[in-house]
Design a protein. Structure first.
Lengths: 136, 88
């Protein structure tokens, strides 16, 4: 990797960190009704650019790892969704709950992830899951 | 006579096996309803008043209506507080 590429990667990670912090603030301070309509992007087959979406997802994961705070699945999914929306990349954000018989604790009861081209690109976690909300 | 009714557009629900998961689309809060709670939720269709709902539950669970009522009212209060139902 060249020095320029290294700095570009750092910049992308910092950008992802900014989106993550913003998402965490939104989750904490803004009622769900105000931001749920700004998630996901149905788009068309042409706008579902999987490779680019996966790269952005990796940036979000790197950003979350760099932040000195725990970043839950929902802000990660939101940050990625907004990054994808800005690039008009078709994707779906999913919020789901574990069925009661599979729920071992409150901590693993809910989960959020992002899909693109029918693949989970961020937040993949073994089910089963009950899909309760989808955007896009 | 008031009739409990679900607030349309306020929630999304998914039923799987013996559980209904309801999400309040305003607040983002989730509710997992099983057993009696699930049955109460399903019976609230905007056409039954409190007495009719309790009677239907008593029949469904072969239980005394007075006993049903002790759990029914607090649960309905929870649904109201959660913003999922109101009284018409």
């Amino acid at each position: 990797m060249t020095i320029v590429e290294a700095w570009l990667n750092r910049a992308r990670t910092i950008r992802a960190m900014a989106w993550l912090l913003f998402a965490m603030a939104v989750v904490a301070l803004v009622p769900f009704a105000h931001w749920r309509v700004r998630l996901g992007s149905p788009g068309s087959a042409e706008s579902a650019r999987l490779g680019e979406a996966v790269r952005l997802a990796r940036q979000v994961e790197r950003g979350a790892n760099r932040l000195r705070l725990p970043v839950k699945c929902l802000p990660r999914a939101m940050a990625l969704s907004w990054m994808l929306r800005r690039r008009m990349i078709a994707h779906r954000l999913v919020i789901a709950a574990r069925p009661q018989h599979d729920r071992s604790s409150k901590a693993d009861a809910l989960h959020a992830w992002v899909e693109c081209c029918d693949q989970t690109i961020l937040g993949e976690l073994d089910g089963p899951w009950i899909l309760v909300f989808t955007a896009g | 006579m008031t009739i409990p009714a679900k607030i349309e557009g306020r929630f999304s629900e998914t039923e799987i096996d013996d559980e209904v998961v309801v999400m309040n689309l305003e607040s983002g809060d989730f509710f997992s309803l099983t057993g009696t709670a699930r049955e109460i939720w399903r019976l609230i269709d905007g056409s039954r008043d409190r007495a009719q709902l309790i009677a239907a539950l008593a029949e469904a669970f072969a239980e005394d209506p007075a006993r049903i009522a002790t759990d029914f009212d607090p649960f309905l209060d929870q649904l109201r507080e959660a913003g999922l139902i109101d009284d018409r």
